[in-house]
Design a protein around this ligand. Structure first.
Ligand code: WTA
Length: 654
């Protein structure tokens, strides 16, 4: 059991700011504030030392950093293998039989499946040989469409072992979404399973996979048998995982990878209707994954880490695979839902496995707040010693509830700001240094630099809202490009302020020296329950429904999910009805997946337009947010605004 931490709450001026106790400082990997200054004096040397100390390299780099914006490289000429660093090196130590992954299933399906580092080593080696037997070579892309089962990590690490970049697709994405991602990546193979359990019911995943691979470059589909349900089968193309594994050799030599070789591609939503393939390379990414895992979550060998993200998002990549496994940690990997068989499931898992470090999204906290304290009280949560959040801004109430009710006022809250593009966390308080301020993420990770700029690019001081940028030298885990789309890479991240600053598309303000509060996206990307989604994707999906003439999707605030899509729809003909609303919502689920379902469909006779015919999204956004509508002088059809106000229940509070 972790000893209670004593908090130092500062005087009236900084009321509510918490600092780590001496006890926490003593335990933490870093507790001396001078680390920031030291790293900032020479970030390149700082990261080079981190890379040397944290990872095993076959050959050291010739040069630590090179920048020719918008491109930059880390550890040029260095050779390593990410899988070796996550698995092989641990089996040479006492960690050989340490639990690497505790795969927790739904209760009717228990016991959980624990893989030690040695188990993981054997599975990964065999699966790497399976991929090789299918003709996958270094540089070939492999798509992975799996639920939260340890085979996801095994497949990813096997790809890394042979140098084949993986492209993991969230298992709740639709067949069409999977197809788009397979096509863009030109994947040679797909790894999937027959199905998985969701709240006690088997869900068929193979059907989606079948629909997706038709007409693509995928030659082989490897299917893990999870539920044993009936599936369609295409001879020669489909292979059972267990049959191939039974024939596979026990050892596969890891490929010697260049530091800048691609480790993976991960598709994420931008402002266009198509997801973009974010490229991450090997040496820099793994360095950031290793050190952010170790320092942010303060992981020690006796910790049990639980990151609740799905493997299909970047948080799942960095903090369910490359981070915790490279540091040799024990982690929980949970396949089920948080409310099945009842709303105590999360707390029951924490009690049962003695979880010490818990990393989740603010949406999850707001959801369990709504379920009530009685569920928490049934379980012993005293093993928890550190809590963390990611994915969206956290509101004060949720922060306080997390701190008081879940953490029992003992645990620091580490609010980590980062993006698919940044590869690992970048802005947060460090547990042994603090401070921990509700709604404030904290400081730039040592060796990285961020600023808040105004529209013109002027750096803003304390308490002025602006745009968050990153400055040179860029974090080692940063994206190295957009797959097959250099123009989009330049345009999305490097054009806003010229080539000197990486534009995050996030609003921010400095609230205290060096401490950033993040205020949300400033583009048309939404964070719905922490999931990243573009309004354009949902618009395209709705626009594809036969009855729809035109559609505009905007983000509306939501008490639990943070944000949610609202769709303003003009019909070609016919009348609005509940059936049609349902049909359009179902259509979005079919095209994109259930996480993208709009919260409201608002059938309008007209949407506001400029004289040149463009939809005025600004007005729709204000309606959804209940904010002042502003100037409507430039609207071609101002009469529609009154109708829309009535339809959405606009209160005109200001
Ligand atoms: C938002 C998730 C406030 C932000 C790792 C960013 C946050 C986007 C935080 C990236 C946080 C992430 N506080 N906002 N702690 N963390 N965000 O690519 O808007 O799914 O740009 O990566 O999430 O989302 P993505």
């Amino acid at each position: 059991m972790t000893e209670a931490v004593k908090w130092v709450v500062e005087d009236a001026k900084e009321k509510g700011i918490l600092w780590p106790s001496d006890e926490l400082k003593r335990k933490a990997w870093v507790s001396d504030e001078s680390i920031y200054e030291l790293a900032d004096k020479d970030p390149v040397t700082f990261w080079a030392t981190r890379a040397r100390v944290g990872l095993d390299w076959y050959k050291e780099w010739d040069k630590a950093y090179e920048e020719k914006l918008p491109y930059f490289k880390w550890f040029i000429g260095g050779k390593l293998n990410a899988c070796y660093n996550c698995v092989d090196r641990h089996i040479k130590t006492w960690r050989r039989n340490k639990a690497a992954i505790i795969g927790v299933r739904e209760p009717f399906d228990e016991p959980s499946r624990t893989l030690t580092y040695y188990d993981l080593y054997r599975e990964v080696n065999k699966f790497a040989n399976v991929l090789k037997s299918l003709g996958i070579k270094k540089g070939d892309r492999v798509s992975i469409y799996l639920p939260m089962i340890p085979e996801a990590q095994i497949a990813m690490l096997a790809c890394a072992r042979i140098g084949a970049p993986h492209s993991v697709v969230f298992s709740a994405f639709s067949a069409e979404s999977l197809k788009d991602r397979i096509m863009d990546a030109d994947s040679k193979a797909l790894v999937t399973c027959d199905g998985y359990y969701r709240r006690g019911h088997p869900v068929n995943l193979k059907n989606n996979a079948d629909e997706a691979v038709n007409g693509t470059s995928v030659k082989d589909v490897v299917v893990f048998k999870r539920t044993g349900q009936e599936v369609n089968w295409v001879e020669a193309r489909d292979h059972w995982w267990h049959e191939l594994m039974a024939k596979a050799d026990l050892y596969c030599e890891p490929e010697v990878m260049d530091s800048e070789d691609v480790l993976y591609i991960l598709y994420t939503s931008g402002t266009t209707g198509k997801p973009k393939g974010v490229i991450h390379t090997t040496g820099g990414y793994l360095t950031q994954a290793y050190w952010t895992t170790k320092w942010d979550f303060d992981l020690h060998d006796d910790d049990v880490f639980w990151c609740t993200s799905d493997i299909g998002w970047v948080t799942g990549h960095t903090y369910n695979v490359y981070g915790p496994l490279s540091v040799g940690a024990t982690q929980i990997f949970y396949e089920g839902a948080p409310d099945y068989p009842d709303r105590g499931r999360v707390w029951q898992i924490i009690e049962k496995y003695g979880v010490t470090v818990f990393y989740t999204a603010p949406t999850m906290i707001r959801m369990v707040m709504g379920w009530g304290e009685e569920w928490l009280e049934k379980y012993d949560l005293s093993t928890l010693r550190l809590l963390a959040t990611v994915g969206e801004p956290i509101n004060r109430d949720a922060w306080m509830w997390y701190f008081e009710k879940i953490g029992g006022k003992r645990c620091p809250i580490i609010d980590t700001w980062w993006q698919t593009e940044t590869g690992g966390t970048l802005i947060n308080a460090l547990p042994g240094i603090g401070p921990f301020i509700p709604t404030v993420a904290g400081r730039s990770f040592p060796g990285t630099r961020h600023e808040v700029l105004d529209e013109e690019g002027k750096s803003l001081g304390i308490d002025k809202g602006g745009y968050l940028v990153q400055k040179s030298p860029f974090g080692p885990g940063m994206l190295r490009g957009i797959y097959k789309n250099p123009d989009m890479y330049q345009e999305n991240y490097w054009s806003q302020y010229g080539n000197g600053a990486y534009f995050t598309s996030d609003g921010a303000r400095l609230v205290k020296k060096d401490n950033f509060r993040l205020t949300g996206r400033v583009d048309d990307v939404m964070k719905v329950a922490g999931h990243r989604l573009s309004t354009a994707e949902v618009e395209n999906a709705i626009g594809g429904h036969d009855a729809v003439a035109e559609c505009a999707v905007v983000s509306a605030p939501h008490k639990i999910k943070g944000e949610t899509p609202w769709a303003f729809v003009r019909l070609k003909s016919g009348e609005p009805s509940d059936e049609l609303t349902k049909e359009i919502m179902d259509h979005v689920v079919k095209v994109l997946g259930p996480t993208c379902r709009p919260d409201r469909i608002i059938f309008a006779k007209a949407v506001p337009r400029t004289r040149s015919g463009k939809i005025m999204r600004r007005i729709l956004k204000s309606l959804a947010k209940d904010e002042p509508i502003g100037d409507i002088a430039t609207i071609e059809n101002p009469e529609c605004v009154e109708e829309l106000k009535k339809l959405v229940g606009y209160k005109e509070t200001t």
